[in-house]
Design a protein around this ligand. Sequence first.
Ligand SMILES: NC(=O)c1ccc[n+]([C@@H]2O[C@H](COP(=O)([O-])OP(=O)(O)OC[C@H]3O[C@@H](n4cnc5c(N)ncnc54)[C@H](O)[C@@H]3O)[C@@H](O)[C@H]2O)c1
Length: 380
Amino acid sequence: MSEKETVPVLRVALVGCGRVGIKHLNAILKANDSLSLCALVDSDKRAPSALLEKIRVNDRKAALLLSEVQIFPSLDALLLADTPDIVAITLPSGLHFETARKALLAGCHVLLEKPMTLRTSEAKELFELSETTGKHIAMGHIYRYLPIMEQLHNDFAAGKWGKISHGSVIVRWGHDQSYYDQAVWRGTWKLDGGALMNQSIHALDLMCYLMNTVPVSAVAQLGKRFRTLEAEDVGIAALRMENGALCLLEGTTATHPGDHEASFYINAEFGSIRVGLRRGLPFFDIIDNKGKKITSKYYRHELKNKGIKGLLASKNPHFLIYKDLNNAIRTGLYPIADAHSGYKSVESMLAVYQSAKERRQIEIPNNDDFSLEQMSGFFS
Ligand SMILES: NC(=O)c1ccc[n+]([C@@H]2O[C@H](COP(=O)([O-])OP(=O)(O)OC[C@H]3O[C@@H](n4cnc5c(N)ncnc54)[C@H](O)[C@@H]3O)[C@@H](O)[C@H]2O)c1
């Protein structure tokens, strides 16, 4: 490309201006050499301006960039007026399917928050639609974008860690009652689910990404112990993976909100890894099969490949998801957290719920097309 040629800036519409919206807005603004925000969509008239206010307090330059942004009450209204390059969907989870479907059919690429959908057949349909339309779906599976994860994924894929015996994934993402009380959709079977479907699905996805496999059976238990919501505030599942490894999943919001933890352990033939996030800080403890710590080897490799700037960027994984989607659109490669990962994670998590409901082991895939709404009445 000659020096004068510039890459066209992709126009993004943000659909949903709530709690996670600010992370998306900051990420889009940070990538202002390649992305521009063209529209904000929310059914609550006050939400777009409340979101913009959060930016304005901190960043006057951003306010200028946002002065051209159009506001719409629905995706339908936006699509009548415009066809953005990317539709970023940050709506309550039960609205993801219809919204993403409309955006893909209108010819837009999609950045879709997790979970992809609340029914397996809908996740599969979105995955297939993205294939047939040639439009990407990048999932909000932020953990895939933490430092070192891609390296570990590649090394496991290349067989450098040998056979895996088992892994365990823990999500202790405490929320107090005010979290569930702030919006009527939270914690409901119809639009959200509990600690597993909301807080733990991208952690299960990371485990599958690291292990390079997917669950083929699930047995699970759910509990509602401390919080008042329709769904679970704690869930535990035992999974058998396609490669023969076992995996334990613990997900809860019943812990202290000041002590968030998402941790991942894998024991393999040639070593073991403990990685994750605790109280906002990533941790890595990687040892070989002689018990020698080899974490620094991974750090050095990461630093060499991504530089300090790249490493620091992982503090804002949503920025990395946008960057990855942007790259996917320009190159035709799949994003790291692609549509297939969204589909498989929904399929696996719904098997966990189905197992708890039907008190039996569930095979994955199956033809049951279980939906989260079928959990209705589970705790009554
Ligand atoms: N990847 C992550 O780290 C992460 C973090 C938080 C939330 N999430 C996901 O993001 C999604 C949104 O979560 P949130 O916490 O921002 O929710 P929220 O309730 O704070 O925001 C949702 C917004 O959608 C709007 N809305 C609702 N129905 C609408 C409709 N039909 N049309 C237009 N607007 C509508 C609401 O008015 C609200 O402003 C959820 O799926 C959640 O699981 C992801």
